[in-house]
Design a protein around this ligand. Structure first.
Ligand SMILES: [Fe+2]
Length: 284
């Protein structure tokens, strides 16, 4: 469902993402809420500032976009809210309450699943004065900027994504997975060029971390192509940098973006973000 109701907005960068003004999500009516959803599907990302959301407000808001997804590391969810994941360096009673520096490195969330999450929402509760930015890359603009012949070369390629591969990398301490974790996370295969179901726009849906190779291509050739494409889609013209303030809600569409966090001085600052996911469908 779409609505003619208009909201005041401005692009996050030309042709990508919108900041939405004058909406208090706690009290917004159904027309405004629907418009926020429409803007999300059409623009790849939305930003709303100065929001005051308790966990129930966040659950009610995320429900507008679909069904909330579970999180892999269940020890870092908010007590009583299994769909709200904490990103934090905060220690309470000697224990970390959230995942620290999770998501540093360009990626798209849950890409090791058959049905990766459709979108990711972050709500800023406590933010460092510097560092801890979130960068978003517009994969549709990257694809559209390629010459037609190059698009045709990439169009039919299929990426091999693997959770086991991700966890075996240095970033995750070359972790050996239990047999249960291996069985719960089998390797999956997704198109390199992904079509957005809302309007058919195409995204150059490359990633790092979970990507192990390209089907039918020798490993060294595949790795060189993946490296080249990641460098291209995350180059300056396609990247928006978000600097956080308390109360910001940033949501991005994983079907057409890559994202990364950046580090911060965790000896000086505390970071606490609430992360929510919405279930997605099989990429095509
Ligand atoms: Fe992420």
């Amino acid at each position: 469902m779409t609505t003619d109701f208009e909201l005041r907005t401005r692009p996050l960068m030309p042709g990508f993402g919108v900041e939405i003004f004058d909406v208090d999500l706690k009290t917004a009516g159904s027309d405004a809420r629907q418009k926020v959803v429409d803007l999300f599907h059409a623009n790849g990302a939305i930003l709303l500032r100065r929001q005051d959301m308790d966990p129930d407000d966040l659950m009610s808001f995320i429900g507008l976009f679909g069904e909330a997804e579970d999180h892999t590391q269940t020890q870092f969810t908010l007590p009583g809210y299994s769909k709200i994941f904490l990103l934090s360096n905060k220690i309470v009673d000697g224990k970390p309450i959230g995942a620290h520096n999770d998501g540093v490195g360009w990626h798209t969330d849950y890409s090791y699943k058959e049905e990766p999450v459709m979108c990711t929402m972050l709500y800023a509760v406590e933010v460092p004065d510097e560092g801890s930015d979130t960068l978003l890359a517009d994969l549709c603009a990257a694809y559209d900027s390629l010459p037609r012949e190059r698009q045709a070369q990439l169009d039919g390629l299929v990426l091999h994504h693997s959770y086991q591969h991700l966890m075996s990398t240095r970033q995750f301490g070359r972790m050996e997975l239990s047999e249960e974790m291996k069985a719960a996370n089998p390797d999956v295969f997704h198109p390199l060029v992904r079509t957005h179901p809302a309007d058919g726009r195409k995204a150059l849906w490359v990633s790092t971390g979970t990507v192990k190779g390209i089907v039918g291509m020798p490993d060294d050739e595949a790795q060189a192509l993946i490296d080249e494409l990641v460098e291209f889609v995350t180059s300056e013209p396609f990247v928006h940098r978000h600097k956080w303030h308390v109360g910001d809600i940033l949501m991005w569409d994983n079907r057409c973006t890559l994202h990364t966090g950046t580090v911060f001085d965790d000896t000086k600052y505390i970071r606490l973000m609430h992360r929510l996911w919405v279930k997605g469908d099989k990429p095509f």
